[in-house]
Design a protein around this ligand. Structure first.
Ligand SMILES: [Zn+2]
Ligand SMILES: [Zn+2]
Length: 334
């Protein structure tokens, strides 16, 4: 008789993971053929008609636009004051989101180990990290190069819009395009991220640039935006879409939040935030967690089809792990 595996006692636990979703991962991509109306409707409801991560980001973008970020008029010419204002707001935003999640999950232990993917604690006392501390190292890269370059892309975009070089619309004149843009921006960003990320996994760039992010095999909220400056540059170039596609400042700010503090949410190390034992907010995905554990798989995000189309999808099964290891070996033996 076969010895019972650990997973026989708890189907969402294994030797490798403290928690994993039901495996193999299913296909939540909206790019399915033939399209399934019910599935698409659920996707819209889950992402846009509930208080989801994306809806909260739009609310934050509007609030920042109304009360905190400088106006486009102020951005007509570069001046120290308004640029500093944008930088300071972005700095505070990243500290509040990444710091808040870190405090709740890893300091206050608000959810204990429930829905936490990796069993290990974040690293301390290891010389692999600056300051011998994973969290301090991650904070350093996020708050220096990360916030500075996020701000740089944002202020250049605002200046281009203020001067009529980048095309603009307003939600009042073009409500349908505005709403459609909100829905399409995460899809664009996922497409851009997939290709930038594949480029970063070319061994030459991986060793010199991307390995900095990948020291985080076990990830926490501060890991998300912790990157080498060259990676920040490539990753944030997603914002250049606003230089050619007509946008409103709210769309730019939404995109900024999505790329900056949003990265802290996707790297939380926990699948969901529980409130009174109910899953209230989707955070990290097992999909990207697998990328951090096995490297040469799941370069994109799970609702997009790219990994499936290009044969780099890891569904969490042992077979996929074997395939990924073989693929990695081939990559590095060339
Ligand atoms: Zn990552
Ligand atoms: Zn990677």
């Amino acid at each position: 008789m076969k010895a019972p595996a650990m997973s026989d006692t708890n189907p969402n636990q294994s030797r490798e993971w403290n928690y994993h979703p039901d495996l193999p991962l299913n296909n939540p991509s909206i790019f399915q053929w033939p399209p399934r109306a019910g599935f698409l409707a659920r996707w819209v409801i889950n992402n846009w008609l509930t208080l989801s991560e994306r809806v909260m980001m739009v609310i934050l973008a509007v609030a920042l636009w109304l009360f905190f970020y400088p106006s486009l008029e102020a951005a007509e010419s570069f001046a120290f004051g308004w640029v500093l204002q944008v930088w300071l707001i972005n700095l505070i935003m990243v500290i509040v989101v990444a710091g808040g999640l870190h405090w709740y999950f890893y300091m206050r232990q608000g959810q204990g180990e429930t829905l936490k993917f990796d069993r290990r604690a974040l690293a301390k006392g290891n010389r692999l990290w600056n300051f011998s501390d994973q969290v301090h190292d991650n904070m350093f890269w996020s708050l220096t190069s990360g916030v500075a370059q996020l701000t740089a892309f944002q202020v250049v975009t605002m200046w281009l819009m203020a001067n009529g070089i980048a095309p603009t619309i307003t939600p009042v004149d073009h409500p349908i395009w505005f709403v459609l843009s909100l829905i399409l921006l995460p899809i664009w960003s996922a497409f851009h991220f997939y290709w930038v990320h594949r480029l970063l996994h070319v061994p030459f760039l991986y060793k010199r640039v991307h390995s900095l992010h990948h020291r985080n095999v076990n990830i926490g909220p501060w890991s998300g935006f912790s990157m080498h400056p060259a990676e920040h540059f490539l990753y944030l170039s997603s914002l250049c879409i606003h230089w050619i596609v007509p946008s409103d400042p709210i769309l730019v700010f939404f995109h900024v939040i999505y790329l900056g503090p949003g990265a802290a949410m996707t790297h939380a190390g926990y699948e969901d935030l529980l409130i009174k034992d109910k899953r209230r907010l989707a955070l990290g995905t097992f999909y990207h967690q697998l990328h951090h554990r096995y490297y040469e798989c799941n370069y994109g995000n799970q609702e997009m089809p790219w990994d499936r189309w290009f044969g780099t999808f890891h569904d969490g099964s042992n077979e996929a792990t074997e395939r990924t290891r073989a693929f990695k070996k081939r990559m590095y033996s060339q």
